[in-house]
Design a protein around this ligand. Structure first.
Ligand SMILES: Cc1ncc(COP(=O)(O)O)c(C=O)c1O
Ligand SMILES: N[C@@H](CCCC[NH3+])C(=O)O
Length: 444
């Protein structure tokens, strides 16, 4: 194909294409953004996010439903704002995420609050703003919630998170619905806990939920978890307890290259069929996608610092490291990497490179054995970096976190400025500073 014809790079992100050999996202040159804002740089396509959201909503138009975006996947305010403007709900796991949702214009009444360890102050704030429900994970949590709500003279809406003992066939670190996992209420005790919840004066039982893991690529584990849930619902409703929403969690995977993977609508249609067949098609369906809404909408642009061919390995050293994008180091995740300026396709001069960062860890790699034609000073682009990229970034090695840009069909907008070294130092005090505690801890 001629270098003049735009060419797509990745079927899951059609907004990304080479134009005159340069990679563009929604028509914006990534090299140009890198020149303006420096690197490492996260760039997101608003169009890709909206398309992914429509992929969940369109199959649900005729149903009572709420898509609650899992904020942990990418909690940047402007990302939340794009989804809030569309009327999206949110799945949160901390009061920090709640404040982000509120700041971005999300409705508290569309927020579900997950997590095995909710602090009292977090529960109080969530009750105060009036969230949709607490996804409760244990009897201990239920009792604390009940006490806090009673003290505030308010009521706490509750859904119990079941642990359906289902293996979703994904990485062990992101599998959450098995007996060995800390999450959810065991099936054996769930009915008893619902009966208890229904008796507590400040608790309203409103829902039932599960979340079995992340980067799941098969429908079957969801249906197994749903079957357990519906069996329990049969028992509870026979006793007169009415549950108004069924929340099937998030976890649907994304493509990282060209591997086969069905669209979320196939998952939804299987779930809706099962709900209808079992007589629960009238309930509100809540779903909590994170990665599948934003993962493929984002890329990480990094500059090649130097090339280090050695006897056994070729290292391509870039300015993004595991602190900026931890998924390869943490989960051995494959993230596809392409050159920002398309190399002339003379395969003979291609070699395999380990793309590594500047962090002092041997695990600091972004891609291993990649066929690339890197040039020092130019840029590489890491795909599928919109989820669990920036939201998991850290300051390890005292590295300021990247800037972020949102592009849409008309604009490229800076949505987070790059951290500075001053940002990193500003909360710390030297021992000699006047803020030293007058009564040192533990010394009376
Ligand atoms: C409770 C809950 N809901 C939703 C999600 C979103 O998962 P994903 O990003 O895989 O869709 C997570 C993260 O795994 C989660 O813990
Ligand atoms: N952080 C994980 C997903 C975790 C989902 C949270 N329960 C990842 O990058 O794949």
């Amino acid at each position: 194909m001629s270098q003049r014809q735009p060419s797509k790079v990745f079927s899951s992100l059609p907004e990304l294409e080479y134009r005159a050999s340069e990679l563009h996202l929604e028509g914006v040159s990534l090299s140009r953004l890198a020149a303006l804002q420096g690197t490492p740089l996260y760039v997101y396509s608003q169009g890709a996010m909206l398309r992914a959201l429509a992929g969940y909503r369109n199959p649900l138009v005729r149903r009572k439903h709420l898509v609650c975006y899992a904020v942990k996947a990418n909690s940047t305010l402007a990302v939340l704002q794009v989804l809030a403007r569309e009327g999206c709900g949110f799945d949160i796991v901390s009061v920090g995420e709640l404040e982000r949702v509120l700041t971005a214009g999300g409705l508290p009444s569309n927020v579900v609050f997950a997590g095995v360890g909710k602090r009292r102050d977090e529960v109080e704030r969530a009750i105060e703003v009036g969230i949709k429900c607490f996804n409760v994970e244990s009897e201990g949590e239920l009792m604390v919630l009940s006490e806090i709500a009673a003290n505030l003279r308010k009521r706490a809406p509750v859904s119990l998170r079941l642990n359906p003992e289902v293996s979703p066939n994904t990485h062990r670190y992101i599998s959450t619905g098995g007996k060995e996992n800390k999450f959810g209420v065991p099936l054996a005790t769930a009915a008893g806990l619902y009966r208890l919840a229904a008796r507590l004066p400040a608790i309203d039982v409103v829902g039932i939920n599960f979340h079995i893991g992340s980067q799941i690529t098969e429908v079957a584990p969801y249906l197994r978890a749903l079957d357990c849930t519906l069996q329990l619902l049969d028992v509870l409703e026979a006793e007169g307890l009415r549950i108004s929403h069924i929340d099937v969690g998030g976890g649907w995977g994304i493509r990282h290259l060209d591997e086969p993977l069905s669209e979320p609508r196939h998952l939804l249609s299987a779930i809706l069929d099962r709900l209808d067949a079992r007589g629960y098609g009238d309930r509100e369906l809540v779903i909590e996608p994170g990665r599948s809404l934003v993962g493929n909408a984002g890329v990480l642009v990094t500059q090649i610092l130097s090339l280090k061919p050695t006897e056994g390995k070729n290292f391509c050293i870039v300015d993004a490291g595991m602190n900026d994008l931890v998924r390869p180091a943490m989960y051995n995740a494959y993230m596809h990497i392409v050159e920002c300026v398309k190399p002339l396709d003379c395969l003979a001069s291609r070699r395999n490179w380990d793309v590594v960062g500047p962090v002092c860890e041997s695990g600091d790699w972004l891609g291993l054995d990649r066929s690339l034609m890197p040039v020092a000073g130019e840029h590489l682009v890491i795909l599928s970096a919109g989820a669990y990229g920036m939201s998991m970034a850290s300051n390890y090695n005292t590295r300021p976190r990247p800037a972020e840009i949102m592009v849409n069909s008309t604009n490229a907008i800076l949505i987070r400025r790059r951290e500075t070294i001053d940002d990193l130092l500003k909360n710390e005090m030297l021992l000699t500073s006047p803020s030293a505690l007058s009564s040192p801890l533990g010394r009376g």
